[in-house]
Design a protein around this ligand. Sequence first.
Ligand SMILES: *[C@@H]1O[C@H](CO)[C@@H](O)[C@H](O)[C@H]1NC(C)=O
Ligand SMILES: *[C@@H]1O[C@H](CO)[C@@H](O)[C@H](O)[C@H]1NC(C)=O
Ligand SMILES: *[C@@H]1O[C@H](CO)[C@@H](O)[C@H](O)[C@H]1NC(C)=O
Ligand SMILES: *[C@@H]1O[C@H](CO)[C@@H](O)[C@H](O)[C@H]1NC(C)=O
Ligand SMILES: *[C@@H]1O[C@H](CO)[C@@H](O)[C@H](O)[C@H]1NC(C)=O
Ligand SMILES: *[C@@H]1O[C@H](CO)[C@@H](O)[C@H](O)[C@H]1NC(C)=O
Length: 381
Amino acid sequence: MLKTLLILCGSLLLCEGGLVKIPLIKFVEEKNLSHELQKLQIKFNITDIATMPPKYHYLDFSFYGKITIGTPPQDFLVLFDTGSHLLWVPLKTYTLDNEDFGRHHQYDPEKSQTYQLNGQPFFMIYESGYLSGHLVEDTVSLAGKEIQNVTFGVATYRPDATFRYAPYDGVMGMSFFNSSLHYAQPIFYDLMKQHKLEENVFSFYYLRNGSTRLGGELTLGGINPDHFEGQLHYVNISRKYHWQFEVESAHVNKIQVCKKCQVIADTGCNGIGLPRDDYHRVNRAIGATIDPETYQFVVDCNKINQLPEITFKIGDGIFTLSGQDYIKRLNNRCVSGFHNIGSAKFWILGDLFIGKYYTVFDFDKSRVGFAKTKQNIQITI
Ligand SMILES: *[C@@H]1O[C@H](CO)[C@@H](O)[C@H](O)[C@H]1NC(C)=O
Ligand SMILES: *[C@@H]1O[C@H](CO)[C@@H](O)[C@H](O)[C@H]1NC(C)=O
Ligand SMILES: *[C@@H]1O[C@H](CO)[C@@H](O)[C@H](O)[C@H]1NC(C)=O
Ligand SMILES: *[C@@H]1O[C@H](CO)[C@@H](O)[C@H](O)[C@H]1NC(C)=O
Ligand SMILES: *[C@@H]1O[C@H](CO)[C@@H](O)[C@H](O)[C@H]1NC(C)=O
Ligand SMILES: *[C@@H]1O[C@H](CO)[C@@H](O)[C@H](O)[C@H]1NC(C)=O
């Protein structure tokens, strides 16, 4: 009986105040490194990211999950992104020639009793153009938790290739809110205001290893101890805009590659982004060399197991990534996951790091926490 109740809590969320668990789907897609880096450039206002050769593509994961919008609910798949603020989904339009959003789910305000027009235009620059539309308000549900009057964007125009083939329909921003820069407060603020959570905390579990489509869990309202082992190590946020904090130091072998670096935890980014000098320093320290064809740092695929670890000291915790973690295979090439983000003054830790370390985003205490992810855990929906 108890077990049944627990399962009900986990799946249907009949328990007010409990954890809200959103299963994440993992999808391997072909990514254009140029695009990915330009996305970071725009997201983090970096002026000078180097352009990559056009053919530079790689396979990597996207993690996303289901939300519903409107009354009755309409389903959407969104990327949960701690590096941006706005929730947006495509808008249904009835013009025959508008195929911008192709086969993606499209929000239909006429079919929602709780829809309200806000009308303010929104505009987001993307690598190959811009995404634009206007703001609306409606009820949004996250794993059954209803949040009323959420202001979000409905996109009527999107840049060429970026979202056409994306496995998800839209993006749900989860950064901090800055009213002088942002269109609307991130949805987590509405969730907090409507007092639906025990703690104003959310946590990401990304399961990079393993072949299942089920790729992790986003937990709202706290942490899910099933998904990590050992202790959580916390560090305070240094700038309440992105989820930015200070890393005490990072080493490869005895070489110090960072001392009191500013770092941003970004669930919507794949690799690890490094300012130009650090990019060269880290890649040389791991023994990577520049491939003359792609201008990327590569290593010998047979030697991944012998590559040195990179060790981060964060708060009172030590976190390591091994060659298995930070090298990406591309056909028969093995490419470094440490990317060049030009003149940025911070590092970006994407899913390479978050996949190895369960990551807690704590609004109440303005801090982030990390602990070793448990691998191969079954997630139940
Ligand atoms: C982006 O960077 C430019 C130049 O570094 C700066 O003038 C501008 O205020 C920044 N924008 C934001 C939104 O931080
Ligand atoms: C990858 O992105 C770059 C920069 O936007 C673009 O020039 C190139 O055509 C893209 N490659 C493909 C195959 O889409
Ligand atoms: C949402 O908006 C409706 C209509 O303006 C209002 O009646 C309702 O109280 C609002 N709900 C919340 C939680 O603010
Ligand atoms: C919000 O953004 C403005 C403009 O960049 C900045 O001056 C201000 O400090 C920011 N506020 C917070 C709380 O970060
Ligand atoms: C982190 O912030 C809390 C207050 O929010 C403060 O008490 C604590 O000393 C800070 N920790 C460090 C290591 O700065
Ligand atoms: C994935 O598996 C490999 C080999 O078993 C291991 O070395 C690596 O640490 C694992 N990655 C994560 C993120 O746990």
